[in-house]
Design a protein around this ligand. Structure first.
Ligand SMILES: *[C@@H]1O[C@H](CO)[C@@H](O)[C@H](O)[C@H]1NC(C)=O
Length: 351
């Protein structure tokens, strides 16, 4: 008799819990629906759609009536160079893209390109030519935010910037060895690409300052992870690349491996990808440092190792960072950015 009562009590308790649970779920769904329908204001919906479109990178749209040369499947405009990697990433050369078509599509996307430059010590002398030439050729007509890191803000020249081009000067401590500057920048870039600045731009390029623009550098260069082929080694067999060959360094690449030799003087992509790359380089450098080791070409050695195993989605030909404007080769039809001839002895403090 007593057992029966206890049994009934438990059944009632269970029913109670079930009832409560069903009501609770129903309420939650109701409030969820309310949340969903709260954003029917057309301007807000439009903004959400626009930012989604921008960030998901939903395709490139061309306009009806916009005319351009017919693309051919049978005749390539470049037969003297290869314009795709074995993992199907494009390699950008003059003649492989239609800049008016690409421009017409990216113009609709309201994008911002962040660009970092480091000018420490005597390297501030390169700023004037770098920035002035960039203003003539680099993402003209698009929003560009330069982030200039320097230990000598007072030496940054006054440059007239084009419409929607902005310059932010960020002071960093002086460093003596150019190798430390080159490696220390990975840590700074790692932080920058994680900071709130990341929300202000869609893509980022990290460029060396001792260079000058001579030709257009535009939206054809944009991609998830973009690497630039080093201007000295593009015809070399992989075993002659200046990879790190000592197993004691984290940058070690064994013989027989390698795709292309990439320069550390120019690289880019989305903030997420550049963050991963710079974080990797900073981490590997500090492991090396703890073993009193330094990779043969410093951050460039680590960058090459990263890009060997994390394939870039787009490669830029040596047009995008040439050796010296006075040197010519038949494959490079347009020099877009070139190192400026410099006396290393004079600008590198410890050379
Ligand atoms: C374009 O982007 C800028 C900066 O991200 C923003 O302030 C502006 O409102 C955007 N314009 C349009 C039409 O979405």
């Amino acid at each position: 008799m007593k057992l029966d009562r206890i049994f009934i009590f438990f059944i009632l308790l269970l029913l109670g819990i079930l009832f409560y649970w069903v009501c609770y779920l129903g309420y939650n769904q109701e409030s969820y629906r309310k949340q969903q329908t709260q954003t029917t204001d057309p301007s807000i919906v439009k903004n959400i759609l626009m930012s989604e479109e921008k960030h998901k990178n939903l395709g490139l749209q061309s306009s009806p009536g916009f005319l351009y040369s017919q693309p051919s499947l049978l005749v390539g405009s470049r037969t003297d160079v290869v314009s795709v990697t074995p993992w199907l990433a494009p390699i950008v050369w003059e003649g492989t893209f239609d800049s008016s078509l690409i421009d017409s599509m990216y113009k609709k996307k309201n994008i911002t390109i962040a660009t970092t430059v480091f000018a420490l010590g005597k390297y501030t002398r390169f700023l004037k030519e770098f920035l002035e030439s960039a203003e003539q050729h680099y993402f003209v007509g698009y929003r560009v935010r330069y982030y200039l890191f320097t230990d000598r803000p007072e030496e940054v020249p006054e440059i007239k910037l084009g419409e929607e081009h902005y310059l932010t000067i960020l002071k960093v401590p002086s460093m003596d060895r150019w190798q430390d500057i080159s490696m220390g920048r990975m840590e700074i870039l790692e932080k920058l690409t994680k900071s709130e600045l990341a929300s202000e731009a869609d893509y980022i390029f990290c460029l060396d300052v001792d260079a000058k623009f001579y030709g257009p550098w535009g939206v054809e260069t944009l991609g998830r992870l973009v690497a630039v082929i080093h201007p000295w080694f593009y015809g070399y067999p992989r075993d002659q690349f200046t990879y790190e060959r000592r197993p004691e360094s984290q940058a070690f690449i064994p013989a027989g491996e390698g795709d292309y030799y990439y320069t550390a003087a120019a690289f880019g992509g989305t903030f997420k990808e550049v963050h991963e790359l710079t974080k990797y380089c900073r981490e590997q450098q500090s492991i090396d440092a703890s073993k009193a080791t330094e990779a043969i070409w410093h951050d460039e050695s680590h960058l090459n190792k990263y890009l060997l195993y994390n394939k870039p989605s787009k490669l830029l030909s040596p047009e995008y960072l040439w050796r010296d404007i006075s040197m010519r080769t038949s494959q490079v039809k347009v020099i877009r950015l070139s190192h400026v001839a410099k006396n290393n002895e004079e600008v590198r403090q410890n050379a």
